[in-house]
Design a protein. Structure first.
Length: 302
């Protein structure tokens, strides 16, 4: 177990980082370990010890490491303990991490690292993709669902979803949500003053067809479905489409917090009750050039 103050970003280089809390569930740990294995990266368990509650994290780290190895024995698991503010620790780790995984509190849906003080505020500004994982799963999820809207942020979300679907050998469903009146892409909030006329259904169908055509051309072995959905609240429609998916992917707009990207665009209770992990992907311009161009370590095919 490493105890680190400075240099956390370097320690998280290329890792799948799991923000660990005392109530992080086994399902969340196993999800993160599986992603690390699929991507060919190590899993870094990051625990920030609160100065007001300086409990010994040894048992927590040993338990979660065992959970990770139980589902993916070959996954390399490292642990880091910091005495910094959890928000600061997550922010530093996200600078160079491959992926940041955050759990959700098992009672009432409050994020395990505290909505007000840590994870969601950091995740909205993270330069790596962030996945919020529910504590339990009632049934095995299948397929990856991604929302597209023709924006650069939506394109980045699509690229992430394609890679995830290929790594996990899942089918991909590309969803475009439209309505007569819309207020931006599927990840945005829906204030009355932001509403604009969205055009006719044919233009939206063409946008979706172009997105799917690109997937088919560049990834001929990937099974891709397309869904054109009319709904006044795109974020809610996406959650409905992904009800039984393995992962829902949305694009961040590069401003605001994760709460404004996801929780603010749909009734918070909907996300709290969903059993689907949600990935928020930052726009490529938000990420450092070195991070965007960093080569991926791939696992050998089984």
């Amino acid at each position: 177990m490493d105890r680190i103050g400075n240099g956390l970003a370097a320690r998280a280089e290329g890792a799948v980082v799991l923000g660990l809390a005392p109530d992080t569930s086994q399902h969340v740990v196993e999800w993160a370990a599986t992603q690390a294995w699929h991507r060919g990266h190590r899993l870094l368990l990051l625990h920030a010890v609160h100065e007001r509650h300086p409990a010994d994290p040894t048992e927590l780290l040993e338990r979660t490491t065992a959970w990770a190895h139980r589902v993916q024995p070959a996954t390399v698991v490292d642990t880091v303990v910091t005495h910094q503010d959890p928000r600061s620790s997550l922010h530093q780790a996200a600078q160079r991490a491959e992926l940041l995984v955050l759990g959700v509190h098992p009672h009432g849906g409050v994020p395990a690292l505290s909505l007000a003080s840590t994870s969601l505020a950091v995740a909205g500004h993270a330069v790596c993709p962030v996945v919020v994982v529910p504590p339990v799963r009632a049934f095995p999820g299948h397929g990856v669902v991604v929302g597209v809207d023709g924006s650069p942020a939506g394109q980045d979300a699509l690229a992430f979803a394609v890679q995830h679907a290929e790594d996990s050998r899942e089918e991909l469903t590309v969803v475009h949500v439209w309505d007569r009146l819309v207020s931006g892409p599927p990840t945005s909030s829906h204030r009355e003053e932001d509403r604009e006329w969205s055009g006719d259904e044919a233009s939206h169908a063409l946008l979706l067809a172009e997105a799917v055509a690109g997937c088919a051309q560049e990834h001929p072995d990937l099974v891709v479905h397309r869904r054109l959905v009319r709904h006044p609240v795109p974020a809610f429609a996406l959650l409905q489409e992904a009800e039984r998916a393995q992962l829902l992917v949305v694009g961040a707009r590069g401003r605001g917090t994760l709460a404004s990207v996801v929780l603010g665009s749909v009734d918070r209770s909907v996300l709290q009750t969903t059993t689907v992990p949600v990935a928020v992907v930052p726009h490529r311009r938000v990420r450092a050039g070195a991070d965007a161009d960093r080569p991926r370590a791939r696992r050998a095919s089984a």
